[in-house]
Design a binder for this molecule. Sequence first.
Ligand SMILES: *[C@@H]1O[C@H](CO)[C@@H](O)[C@H](O)[C@H]1NC(C)=O
Ligand SMILES: *[C@@H]1O[C@H](CO)[C@@H](O)[C@H](O)[C@H]1NC(C)=O
Ligand SMILES: *[C@@H]1O[C@H](CO)[C@@H](O)[C@H](O)[C@H]1NC(C)=O
Length: 251
Amino acid sequence: MRSSIIFSLLTGAAISFPLTAHQEITTTTTILSTSGSSSTTPAFPIHSSCNSTLSRQLTRAFDETIELASRARDHILQHGQTSPFVQKYFGTNSTTIAPLGVFSRVASADRGRMLFRCDDPDRNCATQEGWAGHWRGSNATQETVICDLSFAPGKRRWLDQVCGLGYTVSKDATNLFWATDLLHRTFHVPQVSEDAVHHYADGWEEVLEMAGKGDERSVFDSDALIYFAIDVYAYEVAEPGRGCGGYQMGN
Ligand SMILES: *[C@@H]1O[C@H](CO)[C@@H](O)[C@H](O)[C@H]1NC(C)=O
Ligand SMILES: *[C@@H]1O[C@H](CO)[C@@H](O)[C@H](O)[C@H]1NC(C)=O
Ligand SMILES: *[C@@H]1O[C@H](CO)[C@@H](O)[C@H](O)[C@H]1NC(C)=O
């Protein structure tokens, strides 16, 4: 048995020489691994500290986050700078390349070592009043904690509730939906955002003011990106052709 394996290895080696140019290249290229990179929408890794109930909800929430980001990406690809939503949230002179990159990375970037966990390693869920989750920052830069509070009844809504229950883009919180909340959380994780997305404007008014002034940071602003994505989703999916901005179109 053993000798036949050795024999076949030897003959295998014998008939594969000399190496072709292609073989030489593949055997010396070790900079990038090509294994496991076939999926265009890799799953967001959920830690074993999330039990089956929480894990199932998070899986659905991440599916919706990817749906939201993909819709935003495709809207930008189709309409570019002519989109009234692009002009509203990112300014009339902005490049769409930045938000296109951000949304593409949320939807499709390799997840690397990023991790979403349900335990409370930094004790913030237990000690910080009202915290529903947090980025672990310098304690574990690719990791995010989702506190039990996130799963409380009525805390987060699903995307099929957009434009329902009186929701408007301009008046309601950017973390009302699982998808918008997790979009924000992925922006903090360098594996997704490359540390390029930050908080420059706080809330609807400041986002519009920043874009209106032609501030180039708009395309990297966390709130601007979230408002853009959910407004596009409302207009294209939830209430097609109308949306639920809660503002006068053209304003
Ligand atoms: C999962 O964890 C949550 C929050 O700690 C808890 O409320 C729920 O009962 C757990 N589910 C199961 C199946 O253990
Ligand atoms: C990091 O860990 C320390 C000690 O556990 C904690 O006090 C601190 O709040 C944590 N940082 C973050 C961003 O959670
Ligand atoms: C947009 O760019 C044009 C041409 O460079 C410039 O005149 C205009 O002031 C810019 N508008 C804003 C809002 O930055």
